[in-house]
Structures are given as C-alpha cells and as structure tokens.
Design a protein around this ligand. Structure first.
Ligand SMILES: [Zn+2]
Length: 167
C-alpha cells in the first residue's frame, strides 16, 4: 500500500482492529518516509458462490444486487453509511454460513429478512411484502435485479414494483 501523500511504498501498520462484527478489519498506517498517517479497510468478498434461482437457473453471487435491494428497502430510512455497510457485512456472513458453494435465492431472502427485521422494522416490512408476494414463477433474486439500480440502467421485469420516481 503506497503512501497517499508521497507514494512511498514502505508503510507501517500502527493499529489493527476488527470492525463490523469481525468481518472487516481497519488498519492504521504510517508512512515510514514522510510520516503521513492513514488507514485502510479490508473486508471479505464472497467469491465462487453460486445462487440457485427458483427456476433452477444459476448465477454467480454479486454484492451489488444485495446492496441494490437493501437500498430500495431502506429508502428514506435513517441509516448511516456505516450502518448500511455493517448490515451488508452481517448478511454476507450469514450467507457464507449457509452455503459454501451454492445457496438458493430463497435462503438469501430469509437471511436478509432476518437481519433487516432487527436493523429497521419499516424496511423489513417493505422487503417482506415484496418477498412474500412471489410465486415460484418469479424468484426473489430476480426481484432484486428489478429494483432500480443506482445507475438507473436496470430493467423492469414481470409485475409492478417500484412506483418511486427515479432521481
Ligand atoms: Zn509518505
């Protein structure tokens, strides 16, 4: 890790602590050349996990989709950036506990609901009402995809959802 101030490559870790229920680590560093202090944040990234959808199709797990769904559920709710990150981290930790190589979209939905219920009851109800409205024709995972993404490039699939105007 290069020093952001002088680009020197030699930096020293002065402190290291686990954050977000021990699924991430923050390290304080000091540049050995100019003395500049900064910190780095390291978190788990789920790799090689396949999501099995209700119709049997498979796709690689991607955090963006989870985040998009959560953002939608938490729209205008009082949650901090840190709080949101923590929520994503604990959900992913639960996901990893459930499936090493494969997980069903349904299992992911259950994990999300369990965590959201604790984090924000209103968001939980929003999420649960969408989740429970599924028939097996359309999976929860597909619904996450249909949530408007940040970029605004997502497409709508199947039934209604999203009566919120895009910004
Ligand atoms: Zn430096």
């Amino acid at each position: 890790m290069r020093c952001p101030a002088c680009h020197n490559i030699d930096t020293k870790v002065t402190d290291s602590r686990l954050v977000n229920e021990a699924v991430a680590v923050r390290r304080r560093r000091k540049c050995l050349k100019c003395g500049f202090r900064f910190s780095t944040y390291e978190e788990v990234e789920i790799l090689n996990l396949t999501v099995v959808k209700r119709d049997g199709r498979r796709e690689p797990y991607g955090r963006e989709k989870l985040e998009a769904g959560l953002k939608k559920a938490l729209e205008k709710r009082p949650i901090t950036h840190e709080g949101f990150k923590r929520l994503v981290n604990v959900i992913e930790r639960d996901i990893q506990l459930r499936g090493r190589n494969e997980i069903t979209s349904q299992q992911i939905g259950e994990v999300v609901m369990k965590r959201l219920k604790r984090a924000d009851p209103v968001a939980y109800i929003r999420f649960a009402s969408v989740y429970r409205s599924f028939t097996d024709a359309e999976s929860f995972w597909e619904e996450l995809r249909s949530f408007p993404a940040k970029s605004g490039t997502s497409r709508q699939r199947g039934r209604r959802r999203s009566n919120t105007p895009r910004s």
